[in-house]
Design a binder for this molecule. Structure first.
Ligand SMILES: Nc1ncnc2c1ncn2[C@@H]1O[C@H](COP(=O)(O)OP(=O)(O)OP(=O)(O)O)[C@@H](O)[C@H]1O
Length: 603
């Protein structure tokens, strides 16, 4: 059971009793719920205690202005109370911050561990389809949003709501007329604010659409700058950007203009100085009429600004709560990504790979019915042979090739390696048995030696360098300023072909008996291409190899060529056999041959 499963349990049980599903934030915060409440309560206490010195000022006035000699004992007691309240407010605020941050630390650690544990079990194909952006966003940005909620926003909200409640209660106890006078600016401010915000939902949607336009035009302009410039479209792309920016500016000016008067009015009415002056004027009139005590007017003038304070911050705090809720929803979604079923304990015997009636459908992005892309593929890769998968684009070659390494699980049939269904093998055994080098060469921002050693942690320097030599990349690496210690992207800037050879060195070191390769489609230059092909030849020696081939010329020597079309294998045989059969392969072969110009033909 993962930590998140454990933490989510009490919240689920509680919410189940209430007959509803817990929301994502509740699940994430389940383990620290008590401490979040404590942090909120402490901050509310700090906020209430913070008002006490103001109350003391008024009460002190009553003592000092009372008829007869000053009651010094009572006056000093009040001063001591004010001092104690101020110190207690500081202590409660500090304790709230401490409790909130410690709870938040635990939440972040728990969620990060749970995410790492979960993501270690999602299919490799999940990462290939989504890229690292979403994971980075969840692990870094989204957890940061939830942090703000726990450590700052909720305690802040408690503070801004407590202060006016305490102030109002005191004013009501002192003089209800003055309490009403203090509430008047709040009522006017809220009414003006509501007017400024009327139609805000519709306007917010328009705002988001206009912003999206600007973003899309910016991304198009920046991402595609090379292509756009090359094809002379920079004026058009630039115009689109300028149009989107103009539209946004126009929309924003229009919106601001229509809301300016009520917004400014609301801001002014709720500002502390205006509130103090208005309440003092009302209080003075009330005192002149004999309805209120002069000292109660002072109390009202001191505490009325506290009644209006939340109005200026509550909107932004509510926005933060919404943002954190959305972030929690995304993290929660990742924590519930479907995972591969745990492998069994079976060990493979040998390196024979069998695709047995394999069917496969990618999970549909919208949760609807997924379209099947492999429709019952039977294929046997004999140990120590090279099998090439060829066929038109979209035939399903890459999809089929990713199944032995469990990038995805089959939706029908089975893939067996060494007689064992890959789903019944421990993941570690599977990765020690099936290696892969795909198109997307992935090098970490580490030294080249460390990148190669990923294939076999603990490999000696001599083994790493031997793998580099066998992968035909040694010469290039040794020409770098720090040789194998050069850091990728720092002082090692490698071409596509060179990076691919480093990946091949890694696969050589991993020394898996089964290997899946994706032939590079775009060779950088013929020399680099020849070096990659050489390295691949070295890598294939003595292993069971499945290679996804795009150019038939590179696989004429394969032991078996399987021709795929629309999710099925339609022909198998050697190059010579398939040419002789004059079927799909022969047609593909002819299509890929460069026609030799006939003598006398126009050039
Ligand atoms: N992540 C994915 N999600 C949904 N469908 C996918 C995904 N990847 C591939 N497909 C679909 O599966 C089918 C087979 O794609 P695949 O990449 O396996 O073909 P291929 O033969 O390797 O093509 P190519 O030679 O162009 O690389 C295609 O229809 C493709 O659109």
């Amino acid at each position: 059971m993962t930590r998140s499963d454990r933490t989510a349990r009490p919240a689920r049980a509680r919410d189940a009793r209430r007959g509803r599903e817990p929301g994502p934030p509740a699940v994430l915060l389940a383990d620290i719920r008590g401490r979040v409440r404590a942090a909120v309560a402490l901050q509310a206490l700090a906020s209430a205690l913070g008002l006490l010195p103001l109350v003391v000022v008024v009460e002190l006035g009553r003592v000092l202005l009372a008829d007869g000699p000053v009651d010094a004992g009572r006056a000093w007691t009040l001063v001591a109370c004010a001092f104690a309240a101020a110190v207690a407010a500081l202590a409660a605020g500090y304790a709230s911050t401490l409790v909130g941050h410690l709870a938040d630390n635990d939440m972040q650690l728990g969620v990060r561990l749970a995410l790492a544990a979960r993501l270690a079990r999602v299919p490799l194909g999940w990462f290939a389809a989504r890229g690292s952006g979403r994971v980075k966003k969840a692990l870094h940005d989204d957890i940061g949003e939830v942090h703000s909620l726990v450590a700052h926003t909720l305690p802040d909200l408690a503070a801004v709501l407590t202060a006016p409640a305490v102030a109002l209660a005191y004013l009501l106890a002192v003089d209800w007329r003055l309490a009403l006078a203090a509430l008047a600016p709040v009522a006017v401010g809220v009414a003006l604010f509501a007017r400024a915000m009327s139609g805000a939902m519709r306007r917010m949607a328009e705002y988001a659409a206009a912003m999206n336009d600007v973003n899309a035009a910016t991304v198009e302009f920046v991402d595609g700058i090379a292509v756009v410039k090359h094809f002379g479209g920079h004026r058009r792309a630039h115009e689109r950007y300028v149009r989107a920016a103009d539209r946004f500016a126009e929309f924003f000016t229009d919106w601001s203009r229509s809301t300016m008067a009520p917004s400014v009015g609301s801001f002014l009415v709720l500002s502390p100085v205006v509130v103090t002056v208005a309440v003092t004027a009302a209080g003075t009139a009330s005192a002149a009429l004999g309805w209120s005590e002069p000292l109660d007017v002072v109390a009202c003038a001191l505490l009325a600004p506290a009644l209006c304070a939340p109005m200026n911050v509550i909107g932004s705090r509510m926005q933060q709560v919404q943002a954190a809720t959305a972030a929690a929803r995304r993290v929660h979604g990742l924590l519930h990504e479907p995972v591969l079923a745990e492998g069994g304990t079976a060990r493979p015997d040998g390196a024979r790979v069998v695709f047995d009636g394999v069917r496969f459908a990618y999970p549909a992005a919208d949760g609807g019915a997924a379209a099947e892309v492999l429709h019952g593929v039977d294929l046997v890769l004999e140990p120590g042979t090279v099998t090439a998968l060829v066929g038109p684009s979209g035939a399903g070659k890459t999809t089929l090739a990713t199944l032995p390494a469990r990038f995805h699980d089959v939706t029908g049939g089975a893939v067996r390696v060494g007689g064992v269904d890959v789903r019944d093998m421990p993941a570690e055994t599977l990765y020690r048995t099936v290696g892969f080098v795909f198109q997307d060469t992935l090098l970490l921002r580490e030294s080249i030696a460390a990148n190669i050693a990923l294939g076999r942690p603990g490999a000696s320097r001599a083994e790493i360098e031997a793998a580099g030599r066998a992968a035909r990349v040694a010469e290039r690496v040794e020409s770098l300023p720090r040789g194998y210690d050069s850091v990728v992207g720092d002082d090692a800037h490698l071409s596509g072909g060179e990076a691919r050879r480093v990946c091949i060195a890694r696969a050589l070191l991993a020394d898996t008996p089964v290997l899946v390769l994706d032939e590079a489609t775009a060779a950088s230059d013929p020399v680099s291409e020849a070096a990659v092909q050489d390295a691949l030849g070295e890598l294939a020696r003595g292993r069971t190899v499945l290679v996804v081939a795009h150019r038939l010329t590179t696989v004429t020597g394969a032991d078996l060529i399987a021709v795929m079309d629309r999710g099925r294998i339609v022909e198998t045989g050697t190059h010579a056999e398939l040419l002789e059969r004059n079927g799909r392969y022969a047609a593909l072969w002819r299509a890929q041959q460069i026609p030799v110009p006939r003598e006398g033909a126009p050039r």
